[in-house]
Ligand binder design. Structure first.
Ligand code: ZN
Length: 279
């Protein structure tokens, strides 16, 4: 019997290690467009800049949530681009797949020739799956955060939804071509609210009570807790930057293989969606 104890110990350790590792979810955040592909434009704004800012705020919240152990969740947050560069759609999906992503969350803003088109909508590849479940939460949290027209939970055959192995969503914050919507997109305060909405959505998706993390309240600078928090945060931040730089050669728009095609396809989709919404 005693000879079994070490074996049991090893078995217990083996059982525990994967559960600890899997508790830290890898979230790929995909800011649409970039570089030569501005995405939608209107009201003095460019989609590529708006969505990169929201994506970066969302990543920062996930990192802070990870370091703040008083609540919330534990995440590895990676972005498909970290600056104003062009990244192809296939490279975005490949990056997510190579990183072993648990979830892929793409962030865009909408555009349409008729400036009265407005509102918020979120896409999954298909109904009924994990991606659709996350999509519904992102949409609900964004409607609660911004209060714009609810265009609903939708499905679409977007490359970044189709080619990603992880359950994936593509969120359209608002219409950059609509003055009321653009006021939200152009406001740093509102973009932070959008990032918090994404955080709440992914927390709820994993059964975590919505929690707004803060490092400022963790402990005094000289305290043991503060030292512990910085030890946790530093290696995580370093590995993330390395992960991202290795992928920078890769990734761009949500629907096309280049900017012009992507923009045209987006316009076409916007038109189709608008026609559909008239029914
Ligand atoms: Zn877009």
């Amino acid at each position: 019997m005693t000879r079994l104890l070490p074996v049991l110990g090893l078995a217990l350790a083996a059982a525990l290690i994967p559960s600890v590792a899997s508790a830290q979810r890898r979230i790929i955040i995909d800011p649409g467009h970039g570089g030569t592909d501005p995405g939608g434009t209107g009201n003095g704004l460019q989609e590529k800049n708006i969505v990169l800012d929201v994506a970066t705020r969302f990543k920062s919240l996930l990192d802070t949530d990870t370091a703040d152990t008083r609540g919330g969740g534990s995440w590895v947050a990676l972005r498909t681009r970290t600056s104003d560069v062009f990244v192809s759609l296939s490279a975005r999906a490949a990056y997510s797949n190579n990183q072993g992503a648990d979830r892929f969350m793409s962030i865009h803003s909408n555009a349409f020739s008729n400036t009265s088109a407005n509102g918020t909508e979120t896409f999954a590849y298909a109904e009924g799956g994990t991606g659709a479940a996350l999509r519904n939460l992102v949409q609900a949290e964004m409607i609660a955060a911004w209060g714009l027209t609810n265009r609903g939970n939708k499905t679409a055959d977007f490359a970044v939804l189709r080619e990603t192995a992880a359950p994936a969503v593509l969120h359209e914050l608002a219409f950059i071509t609509n003055a009321t919507d653009a006021a939200k997109l152009g406001s740093a305060t509102q973009r932070q609210k959008a990032a918090v909405a994404h955080l709440r959505a992914i927390q709820r998706h994993y059964g975590i009570s919505p929690y707004l993390p803060s490092l400022a309240a963790v402990a005094p600078v000289d305290g043991a807790e503060a030292a512990e928090a910085s030890d946790v945060a530093t290696p995580a931040a370093g590995s993330i930057e390395q992960d991202e730089s290795s992928s920078a050669a890769g990734c761009s728009s949500s629907t096309g293989s280049n900017g012009a095609i992507g923009a045209l396809a987006l316009l076409g989709l916007a038109f189709i969606r608008r026609r559909a919404s008239r029914k």
